[in-house]
Design a protein around this ligand. Sequence first.
Ligand SMILES: Cc1ncc(C[n+]2csc(CCOP(=O)(O)OP(=O)(O)O)c2C)c(N)n1
Ligand SMILES: [Mg+2]
Length: 350
Amino acid sequence: MSITEPRAETGSADRPYPPAPRSGEVPEETAISLYRTMATARKFEKRAYDLFLRNLVKGTTHLGIGQEAIAAGVAAAMRRDDYSFITYRGHNHLIARGTPLGPLMAELLGRDNGLMHGKGGSMHLIDAERGILGSYAIIGAQLVIANGAAWSAQYRGSGQVTVCFFGDGATNIGAFHEALNFAVVWNLPVVFVCENNLYMEYTRIDTVTAVEHPAADRAAAYGLPSVVIDGNDADEVHLTAAAAIEQARAGGGPALIEAVTYRHGGHSRADPAKYRDPEEVRAWLERDPLVSYRARLLGRGVPDAVLDAIDAEITVRVDAATDEATAGDWPDEARLFTNVWSDGGHAWRN
Ligand SMILES: Cc1ncc(C[n+]2csc(CCOP(=O)(O)OP(=O)(O)O)c2C)c(N)n1
Ligand SMILES: [Mg+2]
């Protein structure tokens, strides 16, 4: 192979597994549950934004509106005891893995009845019971930690797979490269999922990156099978993730999925996103993953009434979560000194 030839689409010859984009129909029950997850995440985050405008959300928030198909599609392919590592744009992922909405909303509001008693806020969410081993605000940090979780599962022979989500911006961080290399060397049961929403904060990823696909194009350098998919197509995400996860579970090693998507709003709650071309925004809004998935379900013969009933049920759940969250007490000061160190104390500090 000459050095001018483009990268192999699927990793090296001794890793023949090609995680090609999977298309095709998912079973109707799964499809309806994908719709429910995406619609729940959308309504939850819109409500979170309303609460922010009422000055009730403490700290900042980063919404994943427009990116729901990735969280929904991957989570539906995971086993209950699999691990997720996510970023500060992570509400969708907790919702997709079944975290109750009330404690999640209360956490955003900094209340004592929040998921972590209000100590984490939107950017630092953990739900260990459902395998969410943290949302990370330090770009790229979670990739190497995810390897640790995957190694633990490999060592214990538990069959658990770790899925590690990250943004396109993380691919220019050293930890991304260290993690990919190490995952291949140790054949870890980990699936890396890049949510490529084209922007890292206010900068287009393609203006600072030498390759077209910031995650997938680099994966080949480490012999890691990779694939680029439509991150706004929940079925494609689901089927591709299911293949990669099952391969990892069977001892076939890691894979990387780059899911191309777009955030509808700004980077964080205060960002009006004026740096984006209005035509680009319009084109992506037309490819809204929730709207297009609803149309696909109707095309499959799912009655409007079934989807309307799901929407109504979600509204009731989000309203109840809002009531639960806003009724929560503020955390007691004593909470400052719990869950800080593994011994629960701080005595050894200078
Ligand atoms: C190590 C590190 N450097 C810089 C930042 C500041 N920062 C916060 S978000 C962000 C952009 C990340 O973009 P991307 O990974 O594409 O994720 P997205 O916000 O698009 O989901 C940056 C640079 C950070 N949090 N951590
Ligand atoms: Mg990004």
